[in-house]
Write a protein that binds this ligand. Sequence first.
Ligand code: ZN
Ligand code: ZN
Length: 70
Amino acid sequence: MNNHCCEAMSSHVNARCDVHDDPYACPDVLIDHSAEYQSYGLIVHDGGTSSITIDFCPWCGRHLAKSRRE
Ligand SMILES: [Zn+2]
Ligand SMILES: [Zn+2]
């Protein structure tokens, strides 16, 4: 299944690491994608689970699907 805006985005969204089960714990994972909300977040690696919702793809610049969260 590949419905992301570009190859770079899908490779980051699908990035999995053998060491960290939790993407928020892995410094190699940058993007958190919520299929439920159709939103993309830039993971803030501060040891917590915060992420910044992004409206545009950092790689191709395409407008990303609007979050259904109000
Ligand atoms: Zn893109
Ligand atoms: Zn890792």
